[in-house]
Design a protein around this ligand. Structure first.
Ligand SMILES: [Zn+2]
Ligand SMILES: [Zn+2]
Length: 298
């Protein structure tokens, strides 16, 4: 242990190696916040093995920091192990988020997570700059594994690399108090991927009469059409599940005459109009992983 004094207190140094699913889940901002709350200085960075923290502070503060980190990781993270080693060297003045280091890869990336309630609220809010923006996301939700090309997980190693952040998104990305702090896929209508609608021969249908591509696709589904929605992880074929004719046509095109299709619903209330939902099933349906759940029909 290094033994230095800062503000009259004995300073110790410790390196924490955190293993598990710890990249792309807001781990570095969480560490940054906790470290500052405990009066630590040092740095946190992603590398090929997970997250590396170098911290200096009183022995008590370091202990409390380690306990809190293990107990309150960010929502999408999964900590498999925290290893602690003594650290020598001069304590820095501040606690910083360091650049990621490449290296031998022994860490994982979390799965994509369903849009969180705060991001859904942005999309529904006519005054929000992400109103009706389908690619809204933050540190606690959105794409991860589907957009990763390499580790460490940083925007430059994802399929978002070609979308340069606009000043507003960059400000959110750089603000430790913002829930998009270091959210790699941060995007908005100005700088991120856009959505459009095209016919089966590939010609783009222009947005018309105040209706954007999503509104036009909704109208088409209501009229019995089958649409292919290119999402973050691939194509979804979608039609009105309450239209026997549309479902029959989808089965014919897919040559899938008996296997069930997955249904999508706006919210739990809509699900419960068609199926019985137990407490366990409800928690699964509303989890960040938003899995397909087999339910009993009412
Ligand atoms: Zn979110
Ligand atoms: Zn932007």
């Amino acid at each position: 242990m290094s033994d230095r004094r800062r503000d009259g207190h004995r300073q110790e140094g410790a390196a924490f190696r955190v293993r598990g699913l710890v990249q792309g889940v807001g781990f570095r901002p969480t560490v940054w916040r906790l470290a500052r709350a405990h009066g630590l200085t040092g740095e946190v960075l992603n590398d090929g093995e997970g997250v590396l923290i170098r911290a200096w502070g009183s022995a008590d503060a370091l202990d409390q920091f380690a306990v809190t980190l293990g107990r309150e990781p960010p929502p999408l993270a999964r900590i498999d192990a925290i290893e602690r080693h003594p650290l020598h060297g001069e304590p820095p003045e501040d606690f910083l988020i360091g650049e990621s280091c490449a290296g031998a890869v022994r860490t994982g990336i979390v799965a994509d997570a369903a849009t969180c309630t705060q991001c859904l609220a942005d999309v529904a809010d006519a005054a929000n700059r992400r109103h009706r923006y389908p690619f809204n996301n933050c540190t606690h939700c959105g794409p991860r594994l589907s957009i990763v090309r390499a580790i460490p997980y940083d925007r430059a190693t994802t399929s978002m690399a070609e979308f340069a952040m606009c000043p507003e998104c960059a400000a959110e990305y750089g603000d430790p108090a913002d829930r998009r702090f270091h959210a790699q896929p941060v995007a908005c209508p100005r700088c991120g991927p856009r959505v459009w609608l095209e016919t089966r021969d590939g010609s783009e249908l222009p947005a018309a009469a105040g209706r954007d591509a999503v509104a036009m696709a909704v109208a088409a589904v209501r009229e019995g059409a089958i649409v292919a929605i290119k999402g973050i992880g691939g194509f979804h074929l979608a039609c009105d599940a309450t239209s026997a004719a549309a479902v029959a046509e989808l089965r014919r095109r897919k040559q899938r005459y008996a296997k069930p299709f997955a249904l999508m619903a706006r919210d739990l209330a809509m699900v419960e109009a068609f199926a019985r939902v137990s407490a366990l099933e409800r928690s699964a349906l509303t989890a960040p992983s938003a899995p397909i759940v087999v339910l009993e029909r009412t």
